[in-house]
Design a protein around this ligand. Structure first.
Ligand code: AMP
Length: 405
């Protein structure tokens, strides 16, 4: 069986999926797996296409010491026990910096470029790159593709790409990149099939998961994002602040004596729903809680989503449709209803029955602005990019836009 392996490597886990290539060139998901507990209690779990358990086993800590080691172990399991040797590996890489506006076939030069963006995403980029480097060293003939969370947004107009800082800093890379691009790209590519009426229109997509952002899409192209230089900006998230006055950060450092690493840890891990509620970063838990702090954290989340919807509506000069996606967006009837209520001024009228049954279109037939729920699939997007680069292996190892180095 011809397969593509998709890898999403984090700091203490590696998620992977295997897609089989049909004779007619279509991709079919065969396996979803994860190696977690790296450096503490390593465990490999994997399920097949129907959710059947393929593996659930623990490993001694010394056998899986780091992220590359975890991927090697998962690859050995695929190869030795399932007799699967992928044609290529597609990786989720959070930052393509200013250079990459599309996925790219990896070689040593590409890795060197991507390493330059580590300072732009210190919590993610090193973990994304480590297994790539290790696979390249161990299997130099295996094609690998980097798929970026930033690439879909690289087409923004200059005004959307800048901060009001001296231009030299912009040229150095301090820009509004935007993230969750693989998710938005998947939605943009899916709309022509699931909702052709709005595929070319002005659409606000809300990717509401543990990480959350929103994107203004016009004619399938990203126009504006709530995220900027890092994946901290915009909406409040499970543990991240979302938009915050930079003055607060100055205050934390000067009045509270926090060091830069402490501030970074605080903004990424102790804020958002977790910080506000003091209870949990998980929306389901907050919805099940009777604690008023949980209710307040939800109120804040809903309010900020609606505020940013207004901002994106302004970027698009009007909105023709809304789309909800990701964990909260795809599953929470209550949060969708509350956000929609706040968007009534933009012509949204939800249909409670359709919302409750998680229909594709959850607004009433007479809603001036229709609202959809479209499940996202970042891994399929990565598999598709990987396959198409595999099929066009020449002319793809250079970024479209190159900066003078
Ligand atoms: P993701 O990062 O896309 O996997 O989304 C994770 C978030 O989705 C967590 O905050 C979950 O609590 C939330 N979530 C998943 N299912 C539901 C649900 N049925 N109701 C509310 N929130 C949910």
């Amino acid at each position: 069986m011809d397969t593509i392996l998709v890898v999403n490597a984090g700091s203490s886990s590696v998620k992977f999926q295997v897609f089989a290539l049909d004779g007619d060139g279509r991709l079919r998901r065969e396996i979803k797996g994860q190696m977690d507990g790296i450096g503490s209690r390593p465990r490999l779990r994997a399920t097949g296409a129907t959710g059947d358990t393929l593996a659930d086993r623990a490993y001694p800590i010394e056998s899986v010491q780091d992220v590359p080691g975890a991927l090697m172990l998962a690859s050995a399991w695929l190869r030795d026990e399932l007799q699967l040797s992928p044609l290529a590996v597609g990786h989720r890489v959070v930052h393509g910096g200013p250079d990459y506006d599309r996925a790219v076939l990896i070689d040593h030069g590409v890795i060197a470029r991507l390493e330059r963006f580590t300072t732009l995403a210190p919590l993610h980029q090193p973990h994304n790159l480590a297994p790539i480097r290790s696979l390249l060293a161990n299997f130099p003939a295996l094609p690998q593709v980097a798929c970026f969370d930033t690439a879909f947004h690289r087409d923004h107009d200059q005004v959307a790409d800048h901060y009001a800082i001296p231009r030299g800093l912009h040229d150095e890379g301090i820009r509004r990149y935007g993230f969750h691009g693989l998710s938005y790209e998947y939605i943009a590519k899916t709309l022509p099939q699931v909702a052709p009426d709005i595929a070319k229109a002005r659409v606000v997509v809300a990717h509401l998961g543990s990480g959350a952002s929103m994107c203004a899409i016009h004619g399938g192209r990203s126009v504006e994002s709530t995220m900027g230089f890092t994946a901290l900006d915009g909406l409040p998230m499970g543990t991240r602040t979302g938009q915050i006055d930079p003055g607060v950060i100055l205050y934390l450092m000067t009045a509270k004596g926090m060091s830069p690493p402490e501030v970074q840890n605080f903004l990424y891990r102790d804020c958002g729903l977790k910080g506000l509620s003091g209870i949990s970063n998980d929306m389901r838990e907050l919805q099940n809680s009777s604690d008023p702090r949980a209710a307040f954290a939800i109120d804040y989340f809903v309010y900020r989503v609606a505020l940013h919807a207004g901002m994106l509506a302004a970027a698009l000069q009007g909105v023709d449709a809304f789309v909800f996606t990701a964990g909260i967006g795809e599953n929470s009837v209550g949060i969708r209803a509350r956000i929609a209520e706040r968007l009534a001024w933009l012509g949204v009228t939800l249909d409670p029955t359709e919302n409750a049954r998680h229909a594709l279109r959850i607004s009433r037939a007479d809603s001036r602005t229709p609202v959809y729920v479209v499940p996202t699939d970042e891994e399929l997007m990565i598999a598709q990019h990987t396959l198409s680069l595999l099929l066009n292996r020449h002319s793809s190892s250079r970024p479209k836009r190159e900066r003078a180095s």
